[in-house]
Each structure stands twice: as C-alpha cells, then as structure tokens.
Design a protein. Structure first.
Ligand SMILES: [Zn+2]
Ligand SMILES: [Zn+2]
Length: 771
C-alpha cells in the first residue's frame, strides 16, 4: 500500500472510516513523520473484522497516535494497537476522554469477551482486561488549547463539541498545518459548547461527513417533536425504547426529559410514568461527568454552582444497572445502551417490546450501516433474536427517528470548512452516498476558485487508498548572529522593517533554497549570504553566517578543513619575508633560525628560539589568524584553515610566492646583501615595486572575481583605452567593471552592484600595502 513519495509529499491513508462510518483510523505521513488519528472499531462487525485495516500499514513506524474522543468507533481498538501489534509510538487524548475511555472499554471487553456462553471463536477476542489496564497507563493526556511537541510534530487540542472531552487536533509538521475534526458539532446544546474554530488556518482539513448534505431541523423543533412523541406514547400506555450510547448524547437527552417531566408533571399522571437509564456504566460515568463540569457550557456550570449538586443526578430519572431490578408493569421511558441495538440491554428490550403496537422505538443517534438500529428503521415485519438465531420476532411497534446525533449538518459543516480555509479537504466518517454528495456540494461551492492558487480540492478516499498531496510551502528561516545586522542594514537601505526585532533575532523568509545567497529580480529583496541550518528534529531553520556557525550551532559537528600547499622555491628566506611584509605589514615571526627577520628589522636583541626541531625549517611566519608559512631553503609550505577569508588570503600569498623568483624586486634583493636594512626609503625598491604592483593588484582582484562568480564572470581588454574590464552576467542581471580604476561601470541590479563593490573592497584590502 505504500507509494513512492518525495520529501515534499504529504500522504494520507484511511485505514478505516473511508467511505464508511465506523472504525475511524487515519495515517498522515510528511517529512518522515507519521501520525495516526483514532483507533476505532466498526459497530456492525465483530472481532478482527471490526478492526481498521491495520495490516495495510507498518504500525511500527507511527510516531504518535491521537484519539479524538471516547466513542467506540474512534477508540475501541486502541488496546489492540498498543498491546497486540508492533506499534511503539506515543498515544495522546484529553483528560475526560481518558477517564471515560477506561470505563467504556472495560464494558466493551466484557460485552465482546469470550465468556463461557460466547458463540464467538476464541481468536475473535481483540484484547483482554489486562491489555486494557497495561495500555491505559501508557496513554498520555493533553489539555485543550495546549500544544505538545513530539520530535517536531506539534499538535494542539481544540473543543469539538460532540461529546465530553471530544477534541479536534491541529497538527503542524515543518510548517504544514493539518486539522482533523474527529466527530464534531457546531450546535450549542444543553451541556456542551459547540466546536471551536482554531485561531490559525490549516493547509489540509480532514473532516467528518456523516450527514453529507442533509440539513438538521432546528433544535427547538426536534426537542418539541421528541417530547411530544414520547408523551403521546406513554399516554396511550405504551413503552418508549431509546437506544443510546452509554455516554454522551444520553446525558443530553436526559437533560431534555428531566426538564419536560418537571414542567408537565400533572399531564404525565403526577409523575407516575418513570424514566430509566439502563447501562451498567451509568453511575460510574455520572461521577466522571461531574468531575468535568468545568469543561461544559455556562448553563450547566451555573446549575452546578447554584445547586452544588451533580447536574447529572435527576429527580425523574432512575438508574438501572441491568434489567434484573426492572419491573415492567406499565408505560415507561427507557434509555438503554448499546446504541446500535446489536446486543445487551437495549437489544433485550427491543425483542421484548417490538411485538406490541403501542410501544415505540425512538432512534436519536446516528445509526451505522449494517446494525439493528439501521435495520429497524426500515420497519421490517420481523427481526432476528440475538440469543436464539433460529427465532424471528414480529415487529409491530412504532419506529421513529429524531436525530440528536451531535454531528454537523451541511450548512454547519460548510461554514466551518470556509473558516478553516484549507485548499485540500479530505472527507472521512461518512457512508459513500452522503460523502459523495458532500464532495459535489463543496466543489460547486468553491468553483469560483478553480484555476487559481486558492483552488479547493476535495478527496473522498476509500480505505487503504493513498491520497498524496504535493506541498510546496514557504520555508521560514530565523536569522541569527551577525547576519541579522546585515539584514537590518539592507532593510534600512531598501524597505522599512515589517517584523520587529526580538532579542536580536529576525524572521526572514527564504523560499525553498539550500543557500539564501541568490539572485533576485526584485530590487527590494534583501540578499544575504549564509548557511541554512535545518534541525531534523523540530524542522527549525536557522540562517547563520558561515563565521557564526560554530557559535550558534554547537550541536553541529562542523569540520575545519586544513589546507596545505607546498611550493618549490629557490630563493632566500629573507626575500620571502620581505615580500610577505610588503603585502601584509608586520607579520608574526614564530621561528627564525638564521635571524633573517631580525637582521631586516635591526632587532638584534631577539634570540633565536630553541624549540624548533622541524628539520630544515628556517622561518615560520603567521599572517591573519592562522595562516602559517614554513620556509626551508628550497621549499615554502603554506598552511591555513579553509574558509572564505583564509582561502583568499592564502591564494594571494601563494601568488606572491610563485612570483617571488621572477619579481624584479627579488632580483634586486637577491643581489643585495642580506644584512640590508629594509625600509621604504630604498629608492630602487620603491621604483621597481610601483612598476609591477599595479598589474599584480589587478590580477589578484580579477582572481577574486573569478572565484566569486565562476563562469558568470568574463574578462575583457578594452583595446582603445587599454583598460582591463570584467563582465558579470547572472540571468537578467549584468554588470561591467573597470579593473584599472576598480569601479563598477554599469549594473542593472542594486544587490549585484552592492556585492561587486564589496568584493572590490575586499580586493583593495587584500592588495593594499600595509607596512
Ligand atoms: Zn463520536
Ligand atoms: Zn464517530
């Protein structure tokens, strides 16, 4: 299932919830990082068949797994992933999700466990209680609105509405932002706030499509319908069965019913019609709900504050752990789990009540394809008995669907999608048809952007099919060290600063270039030369000057390259010393066996060093930093550390040494006594020097340009004026330089001209006589 992807490719694979509702599980891969979203089961299947397609991906490569909320279709295969596969990543969920997940999954293990009476194969058991306990301890929690960074994967949790603890995750890898909504709702209900829009936009949106293009009836209408249909059923002596998921929407429905029962006590035969909530988790979860009241909306918080009682303990609703304590004498309202009527309390009640016409099955949640909750809505004549597959039970009861599923409808989804502003939208968590309709509706909604850079692409991938998106993002590099001054200087000359400096740092945009030293057609661009240092762990990019590299990136094992060049030379050491001094002024004398430099300097007190044991080396000189010159009678060795300045100076030294033999000054010098006192008053030397100096200087500067511009540089001799000229051509930019007077003749690019002038400056410094 893996495809070849480049470094700029973002890859998405749905291992579940691709063109289906259930077994939510997605893989994101970008820049070598792998994120898994959710690990659910499919409610319509059992055992291994209910799992996402884990075999289609190497789970050992997953860095982090984020669980959006506690619903079984998003979380129930997590212990399997953590304990029964080669997965070794870190797992995150919000605090309330973790608290509720614990109880829910224990129940899930019990329900699906292979107890002695189970008809399931032993292999069908996905995991055990022990797996659950072991995995539970390894789950890490994330607070809403906090950002966690795991080796360069940054992710932030936002409220998703839907159920207590439900989170959306905004994930950022190397500047690419992906938002995963999970299941979400945009409607303020009785206990939860609606989903938030993250403050920053995202490049890619992975969004649920449960309701496709359907439109919810207004909340008030639905509440009215709900209470009316329940009221009329119990008034006729009927029983109302509301299959619910143990936690989440059940609490919302209870808040509605509690309110209605308080307001209509008289009509409901003086509260003689009981409401039950049957789930063996009910009570345990009530405590969790109370603990997290602070994460719910203002209404419920106020209720809690004012009464100081658990808002989820109701006057009109009784909790039933199981049906043993239930006395089924007359009309009643029963909220019972599980929500899909596949087995358990709700299924038992369905089979018991469905033959009677006055009873009502009221479906309020989203019914997954392939489950009894979905099947019953077709109003079949009979239903199969779950405990006795040979028996069918007649269905005569009423069936109603009034949705309180906390998923967005089309209008809510569209408004949210527009706010996220992503150009790539991946639809998940929806059956094929509603998902396909949503895709078409979104494409037509964004059709005006077609062909523009903002064009919106919508994908509705099937399970295990890769979606590969090319992401050519801008790289933002942080300039640090001396390069900041350079940028600042250039900026002041060109445009005002847009970004204020912070602690000497400035952010500078550099587009996908290894080196920022680049040509540009826009004169307002600041061109700086430096090295982009990318941190593989966190994807931070730093732009530093070469000379600052060691100081700012001590973690880099930078290598100092020592250069060494040997030149066979046949002249006296003092002559070499003289030439070097001509160029560089007072050079440091590290060794001088024969006292030649002292003779030249007339510094007769200086004692020869006795630490010298390099056979044959008579003179050691040091120039600018660590450039060393070792002189023997027949050989000169130049040693230096490779960098821009070192290389340039060393080159010029070598050039001098090469010409020492033939230089007229040398001839003159060689014929003179070595005890000759060197100073500038020597008329002969001065004259000879000026004859040669100019062309030598030009040669040095030309060499410098060759090095800097390579093939873009061309040398030309102006026959008329005998001036030595240079031409630089870089794309549309070109320049002409007169080396005779070291001036830029013409240049159509300000940055290029600046660069040339600075090289002329360096050249002038290099060839200037310093003594
Ligand atoms: Zn859900
Ligand atoms: Zn779901």
């Amino acid at each position: 299932m893996t495809s070849q992807v480049s470094n700029t490719s973002f890859k998405f694979i749905a291992l579940g919830a691709g063109n289906e509702v259930g077994r939510s599980c997605h893989i994101l891969h970008y820049k070598g990082k792998t994120i898994m979203l959710d690990a659910g089961v499919h409610p319509a299947y059992q055992g291994m068949a209910s799992l996402p397609f884990y075999d289609d991906y190497d789970l050992s490569t997953v860095d982090i797994l984020l669980i959006s909320h506690f619903h079984l279709d998003h979380a129930a295969s997590l212990p399997y992933v953590m304990q029964r596969t080669n997965f070794k990543g870190r797992v995150f969920m919000t605090h309330p999700t973790k608290a509720i997940y614990r109880w829910l999954l224990r129940d899930f293990v019990r329900v699906t466990s292979i107890g002695e009476n189970s008809i399931l194969d032993k292999d069908e058991n996905l995991y055990t209680d022990e797996d659950l306990v072991e995995s539970f301890d390894k789950i890490e929690t994330i607070d809403f609105h906090s950002t966690v960074d795991v080796n360069g994967i940054k992710f932030t949790a936002f409220h998703a509405g839907h159920v207590l603890g439900a989170a959306m995750f905004q994930i950022e890898i190397a500047g690419l932002k992906v938002l995963f909504t999970g299941d979400y709702s945009r409607e303020l209900d009785r206990h939860l706030n609606s989903a938030e829009v993250p403050p920053s936009s995202s490049d890619i949106l992975i969004v649920e499509s449960t309701f496709g293009t359907a439109t919810h009836e207004p909340r008030l209408n639905r509440e009215k319908k709900l209470t009316q249909v329940i009221h009329s059923t119990v008034a006729k002596g009927g029983r109302v069965l509301m299959p619910v998921f143990a936690l989440g929407r059940a609490q919302e429905l209870m808040l509605i019913l509690e309110e209605y029962w308080s307001q209509h006590a008289e009509e409901l035969a003086g509260n003689q019609v009981p409401i039950y909530y049957a789930s063996d988790l009910a009570r345990k979860c009530m405590n969790v709900f109370q603990t997290y009241v602070n994460m719910m909306n203002d209404d419920i918080r106020k209720k809690f504050r004012d009464s100081q009682t658990n808002p989820f303990i109701f006057k009109h609703i009784s909790y039933l752990k199981n049906l043993d304590e239930f006395q089924d004498f007359g009309p009643s309202v029963m909220l019972a789990s599980p929500g899909m009527l596949q087995s358990g309390i709700s299924r038992d009640l369905l089979e018991k009540w469905c033959p009677e016409e006055k009873n009502l099955v009221l479906v309020t949640g989203y019914s997954v394809e392939g489950t009894m909750a979905k099947y019953i809505m077709l109003e079949p004549d009979t239903i199969p008995s779950v405990n006795n597959p040979d028996v069918t039970i007649p269905r005569r009861c009423q069936v109603e669907e009034i949705s309180f599923a906390a998923h967005v409808d089309f209008q809510e989804n569209l408004e949210f999608i527009e706010k996220i502003n992503a150009t790539n939208i991946i639809l998940v968590h929806g059956e094929s048809n509603p998902m396909g309709r949503l895709k078409s509706a979104l494409l037509s909604n964004f059709s005006s952007l077609k062909g523009t850079p903002e064009e919106v692409h919508v994908y509705n991938p099937r399970n295990s099919i890769d979606v590969i998106l090319e992401y050519k993002g801008k790289k933002i590099a942080r300039a640090i060290g001396n390069i900041v001054d350079e940028i600042q200087k250039e900026n002041i000359e060109n445009i005002p600063l847009e970004t204020p400096f912070e602690d000497g740092d400035k952010k500078e945009e550099v587009e996908n270039k290894e080196e920022s030293e680049s040509r540009s057609e826009k004169p307002e661009d600041v061109i700086v030369s430096g090295i982009l240092v990318s941190d593989d762990k966190n994807f931070d990019l730093n732009l530093v000057a070469l000379s600052d590299l060691r100081e700012h990136h001590t973690e880099l094992s930078s290598t100092l390259l020592k250069e060494k060049q040997m030149i066979a030379i046949n002249c006296k050491p003092e002559l070499i010393y003289w030439h070097i001094r001509q160029m560089y002024g007072d050079v440091a004398v590290l060794e001088d066996i024969d006292n030649v430099t002292m003779q030249l300097k007339q510094d007769r007190d200086r004692k020869p060093s006795d630490s010298m044991d390099d056979g044959g080396v008579k003179l050691v000189l040091q120039i600018i930093g660590d450039i060393k010159i070792f002189v023997t009678d027949s050989m000169v060795t130049v040693e230096w550390t490779q960098d821009l300045i070192g290389d340039t100076v060393a080159d010029s030294i070598i050039a001098i040494l090469m010409s020492v033999d033939s230089a007229p000054a040398s001839v003159k010098m060689s014929s003179k006594s070595c005890s000759h006192e060197h100073n500038n008053e020597d008329g002969h030397l001065e004259q000879l020097e000026s004859e040669n100096n100019k062309s030598w200087k030009v040669k040095q500067v030309v060499e410098l340009f060759r090095e800097q511009f390579g093939q873009s540089f061309e040398l030309a001799l102006d026959n008329k004026t005998e001036a030595i000229k240079g031409k630089i051509t870089m794309g549309k930019n070109n320049a002409e330089i007169n080396f005779s007077d070291m001036k830029v003749l013409e240049c159509n690019s300000k940055p290029l001209k600046g660069r040339i002038e600075s090289i002329l400056g360096i050249g002038a410094d290099l060839v200037a006589t310093l003594c």
